[in-house]
Design a protein around this ligand. Structure first.
Ligand SMILES: *Cc1c(COP(=O)(O)O)cnc(C)c1O
Length: 351
């Protein structure tokens, strides 16, 4: 508390990101990618002319937006970029969700969404997840100020196919539907091909997970020209240069190496399924996942205690201390060696 803060600042509950430990741990708590960034990224960093840093970057991030447009088969005017998808989401809340009606979101999803609601004074309603922990798209009210959900969802891992998203868009036409595709490359189906036909669809993505660039801070949104223009208006009223020139060059290089991207993605998926089987053998209930993490529960062991036991063995996973998730741990997929260490540690704790 400080008397210098604006009214309301002391009432905020900021988002708590997963810990970034100083000591060397096996880090399976923030869904980073175990593969290094594409080899082309290293080349860009090595060849980067220091003189570029003297100048302001392109405020329109044209080169990066063009690369994303090519990658996703859309026009450059349908692409928006920002300093991580968290920033893109924040700008989207300001551009689209400050409405008379409350927005709708799943009761369990990315915990940043309610934080933005508070910050921007957006009322929200939640819909309970279905029996299989799926986001019940049919439960979203068409009379909403907006709809937001992650697909595949976090931290549950379930994703809907494009047909299900299209059915929602046929029904909900009067507000923005924001589909957060942070994890789509690990087995989900992207809704991007629908932006052509549904002017109220905004799809966000990130370089942090499937492109192994969490430290760089690059995120994007794809949607109709009118939605992208709305985002640009907010961005240019806040920060003209959210993407620096180095990040932009690295982002382009990361998109270029398709074979490398494909190999990393497949490796994560293969390791995930192997880990899922082995955790199952130890008696864990493991939710099916289309992401680079697993949400797990053990019927005979408390998640909070397993978390501490793993931590004592230098393995860091994520435990959310909320009513709905208290019995679960979210485990990011690391290398095969890291996952072997995890399984060994679990065995030791359980037996
Ligand atoms: C990781 C994550 C993000 C944020 O990604 P950044 O681009 O690193 O800001 C957004 N949405 C979901 C669901 C995520 O899990």
């Amino acid at each position: 508390m400080s008397k210098f803060w604006s009214p309301g600042v002391s009432e905020l509950t900021p988002y708590t990101p997963g810990e970034q430990p100083r000591e060397r741990l096996i880090k399976l708590n923030t869904n980073e990618n175990p593969c290094p960034p594409a080899p082309g990224v290293e080349q860009v960093l090595r060849d980067y002319s220091i003189d570029h840093l003297r100048l302001y970057p392109d405020p329109d991030s044209r080169a990066l937006r063009e690369a994303l447009a090519r990658e996703h088969g859309v026009e450059v005017e349908q692409v928006f970029v920002g300093n991580g998808s968290d920033e893109v989401l924040a700008l989207a809340f300001q551009a689209f969700f400050r409405q008379p009606l409350p927005i709708s979101m799943p009761a369990i999803s990315y915990s940043f969404y309610p934080v933005y609601c508070r910050l921007y004074g957006v009322e929200h309603r939640t819909v309970a997840l279905g029996d299989e922990w799926q986001v019940p798209l049919e439960a979203f009210d068409a009379q909403s100020g907006g709809i937001i959900f992650a697909n595949p969802n976090a931290p549950t891992g379930h994703g809907h196919g494009r047909d299900a998203i299209e059915a929602l868009l046929k029904r909900v036409t009067e507000c923005v539907v924001l589909v957060d595709e942070a994890y789509v490359d690990f087995g989900g189906e992207s809704a991007v091909p629908l932006v052509e036909r549904y002017p109220n669809l905004l799809v966000t993505g990130t370089f942090s997970k499937s492109r192994s660039l969490a430290g760089l801070r690059l995120g994007y949104a794809i949607g109709s020209r009118e939605l992208i223009e709305g985002l640009e208006r907010i961005k240019n009223s806040f920060n003209s240069y959210p993407v620096d020139s180095l990040a932009s060059a690295v982002g382009v290089a990361a998109l270029e190496d398709k074979a490398y991207f494909e190999a990393c993605r497949q490796q994560v998926i293969t390791t995930r399924e192997r880990t899922r089987r082995r955790l199952g053998e130890l008696g864990f209930e493991v939710l099916p996942s289309q992401t680079n993490f697993l949400l797990v529960h053990h019927p005979d062991h408390e998640a909070a205690q397993l978390f501490v036991g793993l931590r004592e063995r230098s393995i860091l996973v994520r435990h959310f201390n909320t009513e709905a998730l208290r019995d679960f741990m979210r485990i990011s997929i690391g290398t095969d060696d890291e996952m072997d260490s995890l399984i060994e540690a679990m065995e030791a704790i359980i037996r």
